[in-house]
Design a protein around this ligand. Structure first.
Ligand code: FES
Length: 176
């Protein structure tokens, strides 16, 4: 059934359902191809700009209503696993609550590399950086395991879960 945003940001049954962001090639979560869909939220509870975490077993998924539509990705930052649901959604951009990393939900790409530096998805090294107004941290001695761990942490692209909207409910395909 179609929906219309109300003044409180929720939906009434008059406007089209929110669109779904297409899953970028190669970024669909393993095990979700052909997996059955299950209702995880109602459309009314996900107005534009809203995010919610849904969990099954040890898997946490973020369902977000971006400015381009609904999307579901791991609720784990691809840097060091912080929950996006504790961060911020700005248009189509997810801001991680740790290390200033941000990600574009339209293509899964890193928009702002984490302050700790590390490796891109392709393995290219990015150095640490200090946000404007931030205090520089004491340099770690060469060979320090923590510095080495930061430098070798690979920041992958987002991983996506198939979504659909049925009978005013948002349904997600969990991995088999
Ligand atoms: S855990 Fe998200 S930027 Fe570090």
């Amino acid at each position: 059934m179609p929906h219309r945003p109300r003044t409180d940001g929720r939906y009434d049954a008059l406007m089209p359902n929110p669109p779904l962001l297409p899953i970028p090639p190669g970024l669909q979560a393993p095990g979700t191809e052909g997996a059955p869909f299950e209702r995880v939220a109602s459309v009314a509870d996900l107005p534009p700009g809203a995010m919610t975490r849904v969990s099954r077993g040890d898997l946490d998924v973020l369902v977000a209503h971006t400015s381009a539509g609904l999307v579901a990705v791991d609720d784990r930052c691809p840097h060091m696993a912080a929950p996006f649901s504790a961060g911020r959604l700005d248009g189509c951009t997810l801001h991680c609550p740790l290390h200033r990393g941000s990600f574009d939900t339209r293509d899964g790409e890193v928009l702002t590399f984490p302050t700790t530096g590390g490796l891109t998805a392709e393995g290219e090294y990015r150095p640490t950086w200090i946000p404007p107004g931030g205090q520089p941290k004491a340099a770690l001695p060469p060979g320090d395991p923590k510095a080495r761990a930061r430098a070798l942490t690979r920041v992958r692209r987002l991983r996506y879960y198939p979504l659909r909207v049925v009978d005013e409910g948002v349904e997600l395909a969990w991995p088999r």
